[in-house]
Design a protein around this ligand. Sequence first.
Ligand SMILES: NC(=O)c1ccc[n+]([C@@H]2O[C@H](COP(=O)([O-])OP(=O)(O)OC[C@H]3O[C@@H](n4cnc5c(N)ncnc54)[C@H](OP(=O)(O)O)[C@@H]3O)[C@@H](O)[C@H]2O)c1
Length: 324
Amino acid sequence: MSQMMTAIAVEGGKGPAEALKPVQIPRPTPEPGQILIAVKAAGVNRPDLIQRLGFYPPPPGAPATLGLEVAGEVVESAGRWKAGDKVCALLGGGGYAEYAICDARHALPVPKGLGFVEAAGLPETVFTVYANVFEHGALKAGETLLLHGATSGIGVTAIQMAKAAGAKVIATSRGAAKAEQAKALGADVSVDVTAEDFEDVCKAEGGVDVVLDMVAGPYFPKNLEVMKTGGRLVHIASQGGGTVELPIMKIMQKRLVITGSTLRPRDADEKARLAGEVERVVWPWIEAGKLKTVIDHTFPLAEAGKAQATLEAGAHLGKVILTV
Ligand SMILES: NC(=O)c1ccc[n+]([C@@H]2O[C@H](COP(=O)([O-])OP(=O)(O)OC[C@H]3O[C@@H](n4cnc5c(N)ncnc54)[C@H](OP(=O)(O)O)[C@@H]3O)[C@@H](O)[C@H]2O)c1
């Protein structure tokens, strides 16, 4: 095995999608408790784009190169894994490469019936949705989830996971075609926000218990309006931007919980705990066909710039994957 490998780096440290270039770098060496994975496929996520632009830095000790999730074969074993095992894994970075290392506890078996491309699209979105919708949001069967950004990688996963858990889903997206895609994925109510106000629709549906929001800004006061007493609002991004007034009285009167979280800065033990929960709760849904990875585009590793540009353009449904 060569000591060098191809990985994708951002020329100049930060820049546009075209700045992503294949480079030769030393193959990473696992430390005790880490596995080395021969990467077959890597997921492309919106946080990678934010990192490429110079924000969302890798946590201490993580590779500087991009890529938060991969699927592939174990080359150097640790923990429960031996050479040749097929895994998908949540990484601190470095997934856009021929080889990646990770804490052995952050890898999961490729679910039965899935290939590497499908499996590579699971860890970042499944961990994020599980932590935010089911742990922080405490969504239960019979409750209603309001989900914004329905056709994003996160959105397509959240629709299916909430349905698998027995919840009702109201999903919002921008445009009629996206609203139709969200409905086809299982959303009970799908709102095209360019044509109708999600606040009116949610009120007509009797309100919502949990909101998963990646938009914030102008969505914030509307979310509070449509939440039932005891509702939980979970922020995972603020793509709508802007500062908002905090309506303290409404929060108090409805006893609302407003929270948010990011996956990447969590410590290794916390990610290992989450991996255990995901394998226990979500892997059976995948193997029962209740959760499918929705992959719109695949690109070879060397075309990581095109892959990110596709995600940036926002014309995708679900995930964009690099093949290695
Ligand atoms: N907190 C965490 O741990 C965590 C982890 C992973 C991802 N994230 C965040 O979650 C979001 C989704 O990630 P992803 O990889 O699934 O991204 P993605 O596939 O690129 O999707 C981005 C989504 O955001 C929507 N959006 C963007 N700006 C909007 C606006 N102003 N109003 C309404 N909708 C808007 C897009 O809607 P259109 O399709 O209509 O453009 C699209 O559905 C990103 O913001 C990402 O940074 C957070």
